[in-house]
Ligand binder design. Sequence first.
Ligand SMILES: [Zn+2]
Length: 136
Amino acid sequence: MFSEEFVSEVKDKNEIENVVSFYVNLVRKGRVFSGLCPFHAEKTPSFFVYPESHSFYCFGCGSGGDVITFIMLIEKFDYVESVSFLAEKAGLNLPQKTEASFSVKKKLFMKSIGKAQNFFTGNYLTLMGNLRLIIF
Ligand SMILES: [Zn+2]
C-alpha cells in the first residue's frame, strides 16, 4: 500500500527517540537512550533506543524494531495504521485517498481523541481543529 520512499520519509520525519519519549521516560546515555520497557514490567531499565540505527531493543523481553514497529506494539496497530499514524503526526499526506485510508484515518482520529490527554500535544491542537471542521 505504501511505497518504500513514503515509508522512509515517514521514518525520517519521526525520530525514534522523539516518538518513544512520548511513551517512555528516556534517559540519554552517550549515544543511546534507556528507559523502563513499556512492553514488560521491570524496575531497572533494559529498554534501549538507538538513534543512529533508528531502532529500539529491550534486553528484558526481546521487543525490538524500528519506529513503525514501536507504534504497532504500543498502540496495537497493524502496519498500515502505524505508518498512517506516524505520517499524520509528521504532517505528511497519505499517498492514496482511498476508502481504506479514509477509514484508517477515521479510526486513528477517534483513537487519538480518546487518548488526547497523554497524547502528542502538538497533534492534539490539529485534531481539535479537524474536529471543528467535522462538526460544523
Ligand atoms: Zn521489555
